[in-house]
Design a protein around this ligand. Structure first.
Ligand SMILES: [Zn+2]
Length: 304
């Protein structure tokens, strides 16, 4: 009996960040913001506070590349005062809905329009995969660098004023300072990893912005794609195993959408430990800051 209550409490905690977003019925309809995924939603919620209703479309913990909206989600998007999306193809399963809403005249803010976009570089471990997602493709995983998210916050200030008549200038200054501090904090955490161990093998090509900011080398990926939907070939796996051994990689990281069986096989055959990385969803407290600290700590503990 007691076990059931503990399980229920755990489920409620998991549901909390998404549940909170549905409340605040006192806001006027024109101050309603829809954000496509939870991590960007957390930043927006920190920025606007109680000045607007923030609803996140994708349930926290589901793969953003794959999720598809229901009829009710589509209705919420079309009624929004402003929709905030990531862009660069992250919202693969939502794209038709978002395009239709734009045609219907819904106002949009695309976060990746306001950042320095990272492109996949040569030797970053996409041996095959879709031609349009290989070397040179724009990387949609922008939230993995706090300084990139700071650019998004700065760009949101005039957009929120123009589209929703919402003044968040003071909150933005505070949030920008906190993101600077978070960057310093993450840099200090990963500083415990010797330079020769700063090598990442992940479930898919997701950690580029983090690697660029904190000086890691991207050695390889289990799924050879920017999306988590592509298949894995025997040749890809052989190339990855060789890269792990050649680079003396200390650990491989699985993510949402990574096959546990494939990861275990690679781990067993290379003698490298397999570590789960929460790179695309929020922790129970719903905070981007906790998310980034946890991410840096998991990586550091696995590689130091
Ligand atoms: Zn991804």
């Amino acid at each position: 009996m007691r076990g059931k209550y503990i399980l229920l409490a755990a489920l409620l905690m998991l549901a909390l960040p998404g549940t909170l977003s549905c409340q605040a019925p006192t806001s006027s309809p024109e101050k309603s913001i829809v954000v496509t995924y939870s991590i960007l939603g957390s930043i927006v919620r920190d920025l606007v506070g109680v000045k607007a209703t923030v609803t996140v479309s994708m349930p926290n913990g589901l793969d953003p590349h794959e999720w598809q909206p229901s009829a009710k989600d589509i209705e919420t998007i079309n009624k929004a005062g402003l929709v905030i999306e990531n862009g660069l193809g992250l919202e693969g399963g939502m794209e038709k809905t978002l395009e239709a809403a734009k045609r219907n005249g819904v106002k949009f803010f695309t976060a990746s329009d306001y950042i320095t976009i990272r492109h996949v570089g040569t030797g970053e471990g996409i041996p095959s995969g879709d031609p349009d997602q290989a070397i040179g493709a724009p990387d949609p995983h922008i939230w993995l660098d706090p300084i990139t998210m700071k650019s998004v916050v700065s760009a949101l200030v005039p957009a929120l004023m123009k589209d929703l008549n919402l003044d968040v200038a003071a909150q933005a200054r505070d949030l920008e300072n906190r993101l600077d501090s978070l960057n310093t904090e993450v840099a200090n955490i990963v500083a415990q990893i010797p330079q020769e161990n700063r090598k990442l093998v992940t479930g898919h090509e997701s950690m580029g912005y983090f690697a660029q900011r904190y000086d890691f080398k991207l050695v390889g990926v289990i799924i050879p794609s920017l999306s988590s939907q592509a298949g894995v070939s025997a040749a890809d796996l052989a190339a990855l195993k060789k890269a792990i051994q050649d680079n003396q990689v200390k650990a491989i990281f699985t993510e949402l959408g990574t096959s546990p069986a494939v990861a275990k096989t690679i781990g067993d055959e290379t003698g490298v430990k397999v570590v789960e990385l929460q790179a695309a969803y929020l922790p129970p407290d719903g905070s981007y800051f906790t998310f980034m600290r946890n991410l840096a700590t998991v990586i550091t503990n696995a590689l130091k």
